[in-house]
Design a protein around this ligand. Structure first.
Ligand code: ATP
Length: 559
């Protein structure tokens, strides 16, 4: 506005305003605006970062809340991408796009007000650029969003691949698989690139068409406004030269900022794709509740042994609906007993443990712990009662001590030592200079299979849960260590209800009773495991167990 006034006064009243003074006073205004820029950046960056860190934490919490079946069908890399790249995209939208968008909007609205104030007629002329801007934003915006969503999905697949290969590098190397993995990875990366280019091209079309439309508006103003100055001539026209200059400057502001609004609109569409993927998980209600948000691992001193019942349990994995794993299984595990579950590989032994922990819900029938249906117990309470040593124990990247105390954050130094001694962790730890403080590496890579199993056993012993599941917990140990660890398990789990999933006869012999699982049912229960040897030696009977053990013995070198 002041620019226009300076031009008019230098034409009509050359002595009224000194252009240098006017320009200098404008400088103060510019300084104030500079201060505003600083404040804007600081406040909006802070707000953006706060929102993003909340978003990331909430997303992580929601991921951990999902039921086990969700992870059978969702790729890890996809979840990692949501936590990293998707959140990153939202972050840049919140910190820069929103800032630019708000500023551009204020400029467009304010500029338009000034346009109207200066000349309603020319403002009407400038409106010709609006319909094409609106239409191209709608048209290209939708496809930008679609392609960006695909970019994030493909990025998830790429991350999954990279993670899988890097974490299994020894297997890849031993099969000479590097070249093949590089090709596979490149294909995925190219898919990301193609989708990103497609999104970028739509963004370019949008920016280009907005540029043309906005500048066409400017040209129309020049054409019509130039004629309006001419009418009557010598300052007597419909609009003074200064006003036309101001009008053109406002129009430049409005056009420039409309163009940035369209860029911001494009990136907001991109962000909506990413944000949709984030909120898809945050808003997802897990099929089995509980998990994150509880008080964390606890330990209750007064534990009483509890019994477990499987009643007519039928089960199929949600990821493989057509395959029946359990089919009307009945099994009673009386409180304080030790039952070995045996059966062919893949018959569903580990599945029984997963159902007891309610990692999955049964398809039919009921699982009861302490007389209560597991579906009626809060999941954290249920899982607090059950301790498991998994078939392939997984350790976390900290020290051996931290790994043992994982299930019980309140454990004392002494408790940890007792458990470590009992599980024979101390035997191998003695040779490490750092002792229990030795760092085990990511997923425990710096320990041997048997050492990992011993740490996992110690972790479970420390929890002193009323129900303990050993899923082939000693399979990686040699006969001598297995005997020692099993003895320790026996002494520490007295009065508890124990389920061991076993293949080896030596492990089976530790139990009080044996349940044979076949065809999705318990087909035989042997209560007197002590009499087992004789029965087998006599080769008596044709029971499922006798058959299984005979086959097993023919494979085991000696026992
Ligand atoms: N998450 C899963 N999704 C789909 N199917 C699964 C899943 N986990 C296991 N299965 C299938 O369910 C069946 C039972 O598996 P489970 O792990 O319980 O067998 P298992 O008796 O413990 O075997 P093993 O003795 O070899 O450890 C198998 O046929 C397996 O392929």
């Amino acid at each position: 506005m002041i620019t226009g006034k300076i031009i008019d006064s230098s034409i009509y009243t050359p002595d009224a305003v000194d252009p240098v003074v006017a320009a200098t006073s404008l400088f103060a205004l510019i300084c104030a605006a500079g201060g505003g820029v600083v404040a804007r950046q600081i406040f909006l960056t802070r707000a953006g970062e706060n929102i993003v860190s909340d978003l990331r934490s909430n997303l992580f919490k929601s991921i951990l809340k999902q039921e086990a079946a969700y992870f059978d069908t969702t790729r890890t890399g996809d979840l990692v991408t949501r936590l990293t790249a998707d959140v990153q995209l939202v972050q840049s939208a919140l910190t820069s796009d929103v800032v630019n968008g708000v500023r551009a909007l204020v400029m467009v609205v304010g500029g338009s007000g000034l346009l109207l104030y200066t000349s309603p007629m020319l403002t009407a002329v400038s409106l010709i650029s609006l319909p094409p801007v609106f239409l191209s934003s709608r048209y290209f915006g939708a496809s930008i969003k679609k392609f960006q969503q695909q970019v994030q999905e493909e990025l998830g697949a790429t991350t999954t691949k990279a993670e899988e290969v890097i974490s299994q590098i020894k297997t890849v190397r031993s099969f000479n698989g590097e070249a093949l993995e590089v090709v596979n990875y490149e294909k995925k990366v190219q898919r990301v690139r193609d989708r990103a280019i497609a999104a970028g091209m739509r963004g370019a079309y949008l920016d280009g068409s907005v540029h043309v439309a906005a500048n066409a508006g400017l040209l129309a103003i020049l054409a019509v406004g130039g004629n309006m100055v001419g009418v009557g001539g010598g300052g007597g026209g419909e609009i003074s030269p200064g006003d036309l200059a101001s009008f053109l400057m406002y129009s430049l502001f409005v056009a420039g900022n409309t163009a940035s609004l369209s860029t911001v609109y494009g990136s907001i569409q991109k962000t909506r794709g990413a944000a949709g993927r984030i909120f898809e998980i945050i808003d997802r209600e897990p099929a089995i509740g509980g998990g994150a948000g509880g008080a964390g691992p606890t330990h209750k001193e007064s534990r009483v042994a509890v019994g477990v019942q499987f009643e007519q349990v039928g089960f199929r994995y949600p990821a493989r609906e057509d395959f029946v794993v359990l089919d009307g299984m009945d099994l009673e595990l009386p409180a304080g007993t030790h039952t070995a579950i045996v059966g062919h590989s893949g018959c569903g032994k580990s599945t029984v443990a997963s159902l007891l922990l309610r990692l999955y819900d049964v398809t039919s029938g009921t699982v009861k712990v302490g007389g209560k249906d597991v579906k009626d117990l809060p999941t954290d309470e249920l899982r607090d009662m059950i301790a498991v040593v998994q078939q392939e124990p997984v350790l976390f990247g900290g020290s051996i001590r931290e790994n043992i105390a994982y299930g019980r954050s309140d454990a004392s130094e002494e408790d940890v030592l007792v458990a470590a001694r009992a599980a024979k962790v101390t035997d191998f730890v003695e040779t490490f200079p750092e002792g229990l403080d030795t760092i085990v590496g990511e997923r425990g890579v710096r320990l041997s299979g048997g050492q990992k199993q011993r740490v996992a056993v110690a972790r479970v012993l420390l929890r002193q849960a009323p129900v303990v599941i050993f899923d082939e917990a000693t399979s990686a140990l040699d006969a001598e260590s297995e005997f020692a660890v099993t003895k320790a398990i026996e002494s520490l789990v007295r009065d508890r209800t124990v389920v061991s999933i076993a293949h080896r006869l030596s492990t089976i012999r530790m139990a009080d009773r044996v349940a044979v699982l076949e065809g999705g049912k318990v087909v035989e229960i042997i209560e007197d495991v002590g009499a087992l040897d004789e029965e087998m030696l006599r080769g008596r009977g044709d029971s499922p167990f006798a058959n299984l053990i005979r086959r097993q013995l023919s494979k085991e070198p000696s026992n």
